[in-house]
Ligand binder design. Structure first.
Ligand SMILES: C[S@@+](CC[C@H](N)C(=O)[O-])C[C@H]1O[C@@H](n2cnc3c(N)ncnc32)[C@H](O)[C@@H]1O
Length: 396
């Protein structure tokens, strides 16, 4: 049974608890890994004791629940698995006595006085001393905006402002020396802000920031296989979604080569168009698309073409490369584009037009994105394609 259902079916009218509805998905997100484990939960603020019972039911028979409250009457809520200690949350000696007695908590939930200086004092004492992989949750953070709890909008002395600053501390390693890494930097995996709630996920030692990548060949194979599957389904937007999450242009260009070798022009073009949009040099794309096109259209001239292009690419002569592309590719692509226009085949017009456009030196100078790809595309560039064709024919 999930926590929300347990809460709704909670019957003990003598030990009520009151929680914001939207806390439940947050609790579940961070607490579920601790269910049925020998977990120690420290909740600051017992009120009528209801939440302690809720945690006991939710975490199961191995859990130890410690409730802390300044009100001595709360002692009455003690029972099997639930320990109540009376003291002030802002008192470090009291907090230390809890650690001495129960050991380090795995989960700390601050639902106590909500006075900002209390919340800060508790966090500063307990956070570094709790389980190194634990969860620290501060709820009712709306109090950080309310004067009666020492709050105020962007008031530097509130816990919410402290938490915002900790975001920088979390990223200290990337500040190029502006902020030295602290114990907090080294022991925190993440800070999560929710409405009225801040959650800190500890993680020690924290993973370093070196990039990791699984075996690249296998990755490329998988990536291309997925794109081909989407291509078979005609799912262009799915292809675009996959490509969007891949950030290495070199990897994507390699994928273009593999796709074109298998005459998969649609996914190849989607990648090319997206690379173009993020500013990857157009000649690289032209090169890939053109080579791919000639691969299966100009078998006899392919070797010659690839050799010349490869040589020219090292000379960094954009104009020469385009001349070459024009010489080899345009005579082949133009009739294909013409046929696609005649049958109003959106996909093919998109592909051939893009290839033609990227290989035509005068059009290279024309700013603006390549045509939009998408099954829903209505060939908005059909007129451009036609006039390009006419001009090329006139020039021929
Ligand atoms: C919002 S209630 C707790 C509600 C409870 N956690 C629940 O979900 O049912 C806040 C509690 O914090 C206690 N409290 C107030 N000031 C405190 C302090 N300085 N130290 C510890 N507890 C305090 C109050 O006595 C009150 O019972």
């Amino acid at each position: 049974m999930n926590l929300w259902s347990q809460f709704l079916s909670y019957q003990d009218i003598h030990r009520p608890t009151q929680k914001m509805k939207y806390y439940f998905p947050v609790y579940e997100r961070y607490f579920r890994d601790f269910i049925y484990k020998p977990v120690t939960i420290l909740e600051i603020g017992c009120w009528k004791g209801g939440s302690m019972l809720l945690w006991k039911n939710y975490f199961g028979p191995q859990a130890t629940i410690i409730g802390v409250d300044i009100n001595p009457a709360c002692k009455a809520y003690e029972e099997d698995q639930i320990h109540i200690r009376i003291g002030a949350q802002q008192d470090p000696q009291f907090l230390q006595s809890l650690l001495d007695e129960f050991g380090v908590p795995d989960i700390i939930l601050d639902d106590g006085s909500h006075f900002q200086n209390h919340v800060i004092a508790t966090f500063e004492y307990l956070y570094p001393r709790m389980n190194k992989n634990g969860i620290y949750m501060v709820e009712d953070m709306h109090a950080a905006y309310w004067q009666e709890f020492e709050g105020g909008y962007q008031l530097p002395t509130t816990f919410i402002e402290k938490a915002k600053k900790l975001v920088d501390e979390l990223n200290a390693d990337h500040t190029r020396g502006a902020l030295p890494p602290s114990p907090f930097t080294r022991s925190t995996m993440g800070i999560h802000f929710y409405g009225s709630m801040v959650v800190f996920e500890r993680c020690a030692p924290r993973l370093d920031f070196s990039m990791v990548m699984p075996a690249k060949a296998a990755l490329l194979e998988d990536f291309v296989a997925n794109l081909i599957q989407l291509d078979d389904q005609g799912n262009t937007s799915g292809i675009a979604d996959m490509v969007r999450f891949e950030t290495s242009p070199v990897f994507l260009l390699e994928a273009i080569e593999v796709l074109l070798a298998q005459t998969r022009t649609r996914p190849a073009y989607v990648i090319a168009a997206m690379l173009h949009n993020v500013g990857v040099e157009r000649w690289l794309i032209s090169f890939s698309l053109a080579v791919g096109s000639v691969l299966f259209q100009l078998h006899n001239k392919r070797e010659q073409y690839v050799q010349q292009l490869t040589r020219l690419s090292s000379e960094a002569s954009l104009q020469r490369r385009n001349e070459l592309s024009q010489k080899y590719v345009i005579p082949v692509i133009a009739p294909l584009l013409e046929a696609a226009i005649a049958t109003e085949d959106v996909g093919r017009v998109t592909q051939w037009f893009a290839v033609l456009k990227s290989c035509s030196p005068d059009l290279l100078a024309v700013p603006g994105p390549l045509p939009t790809v998408g099954v829903e595309a209505k060939i908005p560039f059909l007129a451009d394609a036609r006039s390009l064709l006419q001009r090329l024919r006139r020039e021929a």
